[in-house]
Design a protein around this ligand. Structure first.
Ligand code: CMC
Length: 439
């Protein structure tokens, strides 16, 4: 079968044949379709990138209809069950799972960068006690750019490698320092000999009232949650990372921009909304009335539905499983039973079945984080820590892709045609009258 598409321009009755590659046509081919020699050519209009591939990528595969998520070809469930976060991070960045030697080198590179300048501590102190942790993370990440002028040399492979380890090594420290600052607690230095998630818990809980939450089972649960959040192909924050990175801004600034995109409630903030919703529902008897309200369009079932998944989000399945191990240590959260009953009722209801609405990653993640002692304001930060790996993999792929250029979309202009400035605006007009009025 010929992998081409032929379109007829009814204005000119001319036909154009374009190749189809990977199920796409090149938007630039559309420019060949012109009504006349002076015509600019046709563009595609796609607000919110509903049907536009902005890049070719080898990192993450999603089949939303089948509920499949893979990093570099490996199923997310296998990675979450059998790998550590640093191993999965290595895979996403480098394309292959590490050999034991490569893993040691990778861990050593991360450890070297698990330190932070004293000035950064002072910088953190400048925030008010109630500053949102995402605002602190975004600003501190951007501030790190000023400490590493070499990071501007973005096309240099060695610089790319170094910046990736720097950011992955430092982001949990920035997150934990922000938290400790807001609680008025002294900063706890990283302990690089610990596992990645374990070290984060150490910096969060050591010498604090929540010290008992430094537990190996909880650290492993956090490690799994980190793996599940590493990448999700061209979502809003990955797109921000690529768009800013395409201007050759350094990776600290690009990561800050990606984190800013994640901070929005439509992206990284839904797990917080799930907890609020469960609090409002209160108990199982109130679920039918709540569902009725959702069906009448009065509210949304938060943590349900997804632009891409029209099946069970595989991450939600893993999080639900991980929750059980967490509750064995922390005691069972009442919210999990309420959430499971809510899920059961929704998945048997025609409204949700017909719209293919299933639990997404955020449905259970807030419940598990809360049980682990993490407060709602920190949830998006917990998303950002592992997602930095995905952002950096996307950034490196972009920088090294010869087809990519600075991201610069087109627009459809629907504003005024040329207009004449009113005579009352005289500044800079070199007539005697105008000069007199400006004096
Ligand atoms: N509760 C009730 N109805 C819903 C929900 C929901 N959570 N989600 C979608 N619908 C309905 C929607 O009203 C529409 O119905 P109708 O066809 O009668 O108008 C239909 O399902 C299709 O929804 P849509 O709004 O066209 O779907 P979308 O792809 O534009 O939106 C979404 C996806 C995730 C924004 C949406 O499902 C939603 O708001 N969910 C709740 C918020 C949430 O959990 N967000 C986390 C997303 S996953 C994490 C991430 O990506 O960062």
């Amino acid at each position: 079968m010929d992998s081409t598409v032929t379109v007829t321009d009814n204005r000119t009755e001319k036909q154009y044949t374009f190749p189809i590659t990977h199920g796409t046509i090149r938007a630039m081919d559309l420019r060949k379709i012109k009504a006349g020699p002076e015509d600019f050519g046709i563009m595609s209009y796609d607000p919110a990138f509903m049907n536009t591939a902005s890049c070719v990528s080898k990192i993450t595969f999603i089949d939303g209809d089948k509920g499949i998520l893979r990093y570099r070809g490996y199923d997310i469930a296998d990675l979450a069950e059998h790998c550590t976060f640093p191993q999965a991070a290595y895979l996403v960045i480098h394309g292959e799972l590490p050999t034991p030697e490569q893993e040691n080198e990778w861990l050593a590179a991360l450890r070297i960068h698990m330190g932070i300048f004293e000035n950064i501590k002072k910088f953190t102190e400048g925030f008010r006690y109630d500053a949102h942790p995402m605002g602190m993370l975004v600003s501190t990440m951007a501030a790190l750019s000023t400490f590493y002028p070499d990071s501007k040399d973005v096309r240099n492979h060695d610089v790319q490698v170094k910046c990736i380890s720097r950011i992955i090594g430092k982001i949990p420290i920035i997150a934990a320092y922000g938290y400790r600052h807001s609680k008025g607690l002294e900063y706890i230095s990283p302990e690089p000999s610990l596992g990645y998630a374990e070290n984060f818990m150490h910096m969060m809980w050591d010498r604090s009232p929540l010290e008992h939450l430094k537990h190996p089972v909880l650290a492993r649960a956090l490690d799994v949650l980190f793996i599940l959040h590493i990448d999700h192909e061209q979502n809003c924050s990955a797109n921000a990372m690529r768009a800013v990175g395409s201007s050759e801004a350094d990776p600290f600034l690009s990561t800050a921009a990606a984190a800013a995109a994640l901070a929005g409630p439509l992206h990284g903030g839904a797990n917080e909304a799930v907890l609020k919703m469960l609090d409002e529902i209160g108990s199982k008897e109130n679920i039918p009335a709540f569902i009725k309200g959702v069906k009448e369009g009065k509210e949304k079932l938060m943590g349900f539905g997804h632009r891409v998944y029209k099946n069970y989000d595989p991450r939600a399945r893993m999080i639900k499983k991980t929750a059980e191990s967490v509750f064995e240590i922390t005691g069972r959260s009442k919210k999990i039973d309420l959430a499971m009953e809510l899920e059961r009722i929704a998945l048997n209801d025609d409204y949700f079945i017909s719209r293919k609405l299933y639990p997404n990653v955020d449905f259970y993640s807030g419940i598990i984080y809360e049980a682990m002692g993490l407060e709602a304001k920190m949830f998006t930060v917990l998303f950002a820590i592992p997602r930095a790996v995905g952002w950096l993999a996307q950034w490196q792929e972009l920088i090294n892709d010869p087809e990519q250029k600075i991201a610069r979309p087109r627009q459809v202009y629907t504003g005024y045609d040329q207009r004449k400035l009113p005579d009352s605006y005289t500044y800079g007009v070199r007539t005697e009258d105008a000069v007199a009025t400006t004096r």
